[in-house]
Design a binder for this molecule. Structure first.
Ligand code: HEC
Length: 210
């Protein structure tokens, strides 16, 4: 089959899925007490959406609908303050997105999207502190948000558990530090220098499960 034919079949499937979504009952309500305060779009929400959804052939920039690659395009699917009436939340909670081999977003990821919309959907960033470099406060959240969309449990290189991350630590540091073609791969953006420093310091301090 030619690429165009494949593309139009995929578009047809997506259309059917979208139409059938309209008949879904109202998505379950997230327990508000589980929503973290001050969710940061750039650090917590955008990388999850980019690494799970913003691929070419899926929801990349440039005509594909909907475009899930930037704040301004994502914002169009959001009713600030009202996740239940936001298309983005409805996609996130549906079991069809993202399709296999990727896995649907987990409750923690859906909760972040829900909470960010509820908190007014701002284009904000979290402060990053290079003095924080424990596994649980720095390394795991970075890997979870920026890498799991590709290196989940079903990937050849899973980076999910402490042991996975410990075993791959040196490759991880090398790959996130490259100037050209670093990990995470596009569409996810290069990690900030602060985040790279946090991972480097964790490795230099002995890669503890702390
Ligand atoms: C958009 C998809 C995607 C994202 C997001 C992503 N990766 Fe990868 N990664 C890949 C692919 C594909 C490969 C294997 C092919 C290659 O190396 O080009 C790979 C390979 C790797 C490897 C093995 C390469 C080697 O040196 O042997 C490591 C380590 C790695 N990624 C780390 C990470 C880390 C850390 C993150 C998050 C900061 C990340 N990746 C995010 C797609 C991704």
């Amino acid at each position: 089959m030619k690429n165009k034919e494949i593309l139009s079949i995929i578009s047809a499937i997506i259309l059917v899925v979208l139409i059938s979504c309209k008949h879904e009952s109202i998505p379950p309500i997230i327990d508000d007490t589980t929503v973290p305060s001050g969710i940061c779009f750039q650090d917590e929400v955008l990388p999850v959406i980019q690494s799970n959804c913003a691929y070419s052939g899926c929801h990349a920039a440039g005509g594909e609908d909907p475009d899930l690659s930037t704040y301004s395009s994502i914002k169009q699917l959001v009713n600030a303050g009202d996740p239940q009436n936001s298309k983005l939340y409805k996609y996130a909670i549906g079991s069809e997105m993202p399709p296999t081999p990727k896995t649907p977003l987990n409750l923690e990821q859906v909760t972040l999207i829900y909470g960010w919309i509820k908190q007014g959907a701002p284009d904000n960033s979290c402060a990053c502190d290079t003095n924080v470099f424990t596994f649980n406060d720095a390394v795991l959240p970075i890997i979870k948000r920026n890498c799991w969309g590709c290196h989940g449990v079903n990937d050849d290189i899973p980076l999910v558990t402490y042991q996975n991350i410990f075993d791959n630590a040196d490759n991880i540091l090398a790959d996130i530090s490259y100037e050209n073609n670093p990990m995470p791969k596009p569409p996810t953006a290069k990690l900030s220098d602060c985040k790279i420093t946090q991972i480097r310091k964790w490795i230099n301090a002995g890669k503890l499960n702390n």
